[in-house]
Design a protein around this ligand. Sequence first.
Ligand code: RIB
Length: 306
Amino acid sequence: MSRAKLVVVGSSNIDMVVKAERIPCPGETLLGNEFAMVPGGKGANQAVCAAKLGADVKFVARVGDDVFGETSLANFHRVGVNTEFVIKDTDHPSGVALIVVDIAGENAIVVAPGANHALTPADVDRAAEAIRVADVVLLQLEIPSETVTHTIDLARALGVRVVLNPAPIRPISRETLAKVDVLVPNQHEAAYLVGAPSGLELEAELAARKLIELGARAVVITLGSNGAYVADESGGHFVEAYKVTAVDTTAAGDAFTASLACGIAEGMSLIDAARFATKVAALSVTRLGAQSSMPSRDEVDRLGGI
Ligand code: RIB
């Protein structure tokens, strides 16, 4: 089987992670436990995850011309992510994320986007030939909106499927939604997009139906330890989560989205790709960090099933 070809257009950050008993309240100083500085960023996490699963991954991004950018690039090279379209931006620093992880593995994150916010449509155009021959183009929302919409338009014009992980959430026009092949929000992002007050598991079905009415061809809503809800025009199904003890849920959504995109690119049905993705996401939450938590294909295969 030839390798699935993915182009990931997105962000790259360095994550400053502190483990603490709990996430601090506004105005509070808490003493935490261990500290780690690891490569992150939703785009980069997804690119690394897909490469570790065996895909041929080209990443379109901007990092700063600084030590953080070098650290990220070194990790891309180590895991085999192609960096031909990763620009070293001499005007902006690398993106940085400050992350607190509590004892249940839940997190709170704030991102200083730096060079990520300088990624332009012209940067994406440089990768047009790579996009033309890709199986899937994968995007998130940590880069400028105009770059996201331009990439989606380009992929569609070239007949390439688009998977969009709308994180961090912001408004998305109906016109853009209608060009997305698979939308992968978490329950809060799905609730925001349909204008609902919350994204409880019970409402996933309704939210997915509404998102399809709004134009998305297929929707996979991630529900944390409750699995995922997969829907397209023909109907929907819940997919159970793989049960594990969470150490750090940071980048679980990235692991899920990237492996779903890989599965689709490899020719799996959407439901099988979602089953595969729940296994990858489950393995990722058993380890600290973002890119450092992504499993290899062998580890996923050892879990059995799809
Ligand atoms: O999805 C997790 C990621 O969000 C972190 O790696 C952090 O960099 C932020 O982009």
